[in-house]
Design a protein around this ligand. Sequence first.
Ligand SMILES: [Zn+2]
Length: 555
Amino acid sequence: MRTVRTVRTVRTVRTVLGVSTVLVQKCIGVLLISATLSAQAPTLHLPALDRSLPGRVEAIYQGLATGVDPVVAMETARMMAPLWRLAGNPAFEQSQQFIFDRLQAAGLAPRYETFANAGMGWEHRRGTVRLGGAEGEVLLSREAHRVALAINSFSTPAGGAAFRLVDAGTGLGAASYEGRDVTGAVVLATGGLSPVWQQAVRARGAAGVISTEVAAYTRPGETPDVLQWGSIPYDESLRSFGFKATPQAGRRLREALANGAVTVHVEVDSTFHRRPNRTLVAEIPGATRPGERVVLAAHVQEPGANDNASGCGTLLASALAIHDAIRRGVFAPPARTITFLWVDEIRGSEQWVKADPARVTQVLAMLSLDMTGEDTATTGGTFLIEKSPDPSALWDRPSDPHSEWGASKVDPALVRGSFLNDLHLAVALRRARDTGWAVRTNPYEGGSDHTVFTRAGVPALLNWHFTDRYYHTNLDTIDKTSPAEMQHVAIVVGTTAYYLASAGGGDVADLRRLLDAARDARLETEKANTAIPEIIEAWRKWYTEAVASLGRFQI
Ligand SMILES: [Zn+2]
C-alpha cells in the first residue's frame, strides 16, 4: 500500500491512543466526557435496521443468499495466498488472470486497463540468511518464512556471500553507530526496516539490514515464528538487501553475538519487472442508465491470504452470483452499471477516478473489500463495516468505537449524509439474523480504496475484519481464512450493489423509512451517550442530507 501502506502500519501502532489530533484540537471536552462514559458502560449494540429492510432488498438478499458460491471465493484465495503480489510482478498478474478467466468463462467480458507503475514489479526466488557460512543453520528463508526478504532487495552474487554481523541496538540514530564500523556489514537492529536502512546502508555503507521490529498486535511472545513483512527504498546504486526477522531468528543472532564475532551468509535472488500497472475490470452493464454506476473494488497486491486474496475471491464470488441471477432471469438487468475492479490498492482506484472525471460524478456508491475472509476464531478479527464519513468520524463516542487501527484526521467536508451506511448495515444485519454472523461497524478511518472514492465525493465504505493478529505477517495464510465469512460478505455487498444499481423512484419511500428508523435510533443513542447539542445537530443535518440523497433514485 504505497504511502498508505506505511500509514496503515503507523496507525496500527498509534492506536494505543485511538484518538486523532484533530479530535484533541476540536473537542477535547467531548473527548473527556466520552472517555468517562466508555469507562462506565459502552453501549455497542447496533440498531435493528434489518427490521426496516425494504421488501425488494429482502428478495435480492434471498436470491444471493442461495446464489453465492463460497467455493469460488475460497479457490481464488487459495490460489493467490502463497503468491507475493506486487503491481507489475508475475504473481500479481497471475492472480488477476485467474480471476479474469473465471469472469470470462461466465460471460462477463473482463478487460485490463493499464497505467504507469509507481513500483518496480519486484519478485524474489531466494532470500536466505544463515548463521556462519554457506552450510550454516538457516535462520530466515523464503521456504520457511515466505516474506522475510524486504521488497526492493537486490540479488547477491549467485550462491550468496558472507558478511560481518553488527548489532546496532535500535539502529535509528547516530548514537546506535558510535564506535561501530558497519561498512560492508549486515546491521542487526530493533528499529523499523526502512529507517534502519537509511542510517545503516545509505548513510554508513552497510551491505544490508536485518530488523527484528515486530508490533504487539502480532503477539510475538507467543508466536516465535511471526514476522511483519516490509520494504526498503529502491536504490540501484546501493543494490542492498533487507530482512525482517522472526523473534526466534533474532534471538539466535543475538545469542551468537554474545559469544563473539558472527558471520552471516546471505543469498538473495530477485528480479525487478518494469511493467505497467494493471487493473482488472468487469462490468454488468446498466440497461437504461449505463453511465450511472455502483463500484466495488478489491486490491490484488500484498502477500496475505486474508489481506487481500480473500477480498479478491469474495468480489469474484459476488460478481458471478449477480451475473448468474441475471442470466437465469431471477434478477432483471439493473438500470445502472455495476463495476467490479481488482486493483493495485489506492493507485488503481486513483487511476480509475482520474481516467474519466465525469464518470466518477455518476457513481452512486462504492464498496471496498479488503480483508473479508478472516476466520474470526483464529485471527481475532471480526467483520466490520467502516462507515462512509458520518459525525462519528469527527466525534469520538462510546457508541461508535474505532477499530484498533485508530482514528484519523477526517476533513469535515467529507462528512456528507447518504443512504449507504444504513442500507448496507441493514443488509449485513439481515445476514446476521439468519446465521449469527458477528457484525460491527467503525467510524471512517481511511486507508484503502474507499478513501479514494470518498475524496472524489462518492458515498463509499469498507468491508473488512480487524484486529487480525496475523495482519501484514508471514502467518496470514490460507488456514486463517473462512469460506463462510467470505460468503457472508459476498452476499451483502452483492445485495447492496444490485439493489442500488436497480433502484428507482418506487424505492424512495422504502429507503426513506429505513433512514427514518436509523435516524431515530441514532438520536436515541446520542442521548444515551450524553446529549451534546452540537453532535445531535450534526446528526440531524447528516440525515437531512441522507434523505436528500434519495433524489438520485427518481428515475
Ligand atoms: Zn489490504
